[in-house]
Design a protein around this ligand. Structure first.
Ligand code: UDP
Ligand code: MG
Length: 311
């Protein structure tokens, strides 16, 4: 088996058929074996039914995994990669925004350049609004400043790995899987190729602004401890400010005597310091919470049904 395509699917009933047809058309005459691994991530529509039909139709080697509930795209990628047996492993969305023909290109690059281990596609043009664009740009510049791993802006998880890279990714058993960070963390020689995301063939995007925002926080917490240091800096800064203010108060008393009751100052200081402490506790809490979740060592996902996988 040359290539395994891992396809996370969440409510993609209308897309999966079109997706598989596109794969078969685009890989027609490629001259090597490939398999398609669909992971049904707890869809609430008829995705699983459609996938079972596709599996039964046997248009090409197909595997189907179905989760017991929605565990998220990262978990679906993880489970699909676990079942992949190909020499190369590709991650691709089910909605045909990422054309299977590009995967064929990626394989070609890996075949012709032995020094390259990963081919990653980045979006050369983004069809999204200015506000979202701005937030995404800020996120990348922030995480690249804070973290030791460097993320390529706009690179998606539309990638093809050599087997060894895929296995290293599977060996990272973290519960909060921020793929972009994991890909950067494992390193290896990566070639970036541009692609333009097409329109979704059917269905709607599963990423709301809130989900993206939480995902960004996951990325920063997962790949940097700089926010923890922020607490130390804030504490140091407040202590310095307090000391300077103390000097001023003493000077004021000696020079002018006390004639200001100082009620407003006290209230503002109490509120500001309280807020500062809460922010720092919140930051520490984010890390403690993740440590807690990881320490429970729960599985990343639960696979309820498997079709076409060797036991
Ligand atoms: N997806 C998933 N689980 C989720 C959300 C999304 O498996 O909880 C899949 C989805 O079916 C699709 C891919 O991840 O194949 C990308 O999702 P989507 O197209 O909604 O994201 P976008 O392309 O808008 O960034
Ligand atoms: Mg999409």
């Amino acid at each position: 088996m040359k290539l395994s395509l891992v396809v996370p699917c969440y409510n993609e009933a209308e897309s999966v058929n079109l997706f598989l047809d596109a794969v078969i058309a685009d890989f027609d005459g490629c001259g090597y074996d490939y398999e398609v691994i669909f992971v049904n991530d707890g869809s609430r529509d008829t995705t699983l039914f459609q996938l079972k039909k596709l599996y039964a139709a046997k248009k090409c080697p197909t595997k189907v995994l179905s989760f017991s509930r929605n565990f998220g795209k990262e978990a679906a990628i993880y489970a699909g990669m676990r079942e992949a047996v190909g020499e190369y492993v590709s991650l691709i969305d089910a909605d045909l925004q990422q054309r299977p023909a590009i995967v064929r290109n990626m394989v070609q690059i890996l075949e012709s350049k032995p020094e390259i281990d990963v081919v990653a596609a980045y979006q050369d043009r983004r069809g999204e609004g200015k506000v979202l664009s701005f937030f995404k740009k800020s996120f990348y510049s922030l995480i690249n400043k804070l973290s030791t791993v460097k993320l390529q802006p706009d690179a998606s998880d539309f990638r093809t790995f050599r087997r060894c890279v895929a296995e290293d990714l599977l060996n990272m058993a973290e519960y909060h899987r921020f793929s972009k960070g994991l890909f950067a963390w494992v390193g290896y020689e990566t070639e970036f190729i541009p692609y333009t995301a097409a329109e979704r063939v059917a269905g709607t995007t599963k990423w709301s602004f809130r989900k993206l925002f939480n995902y960004a926080i996951d990325g920063i917490i997962g790949f940097s401890t700089a926010p923890l240091r922020l607490a130390t800096y804030l504490g140091g800064f407040s202590a310095l400010a307090a000391f300077l203010y103390l000097l001023w108060v003493v000077f004021e008393k000696l020079a002018f005597g006390i004639d200001i009751p100082g009620y407003a100052t006290i209230i503002v200081l109490i509120l500001a310091l309280g807020a500062l402490q809460l922010i720092c506790i919140g930051i520490i809490g984010e890390y403690v919470g993740r440590t807690f979740e990881q320490s429970k060592q729960r599985p990343i996902c639960l696979v309820k049904e498997k079709l076409g996988c060797d036991e």
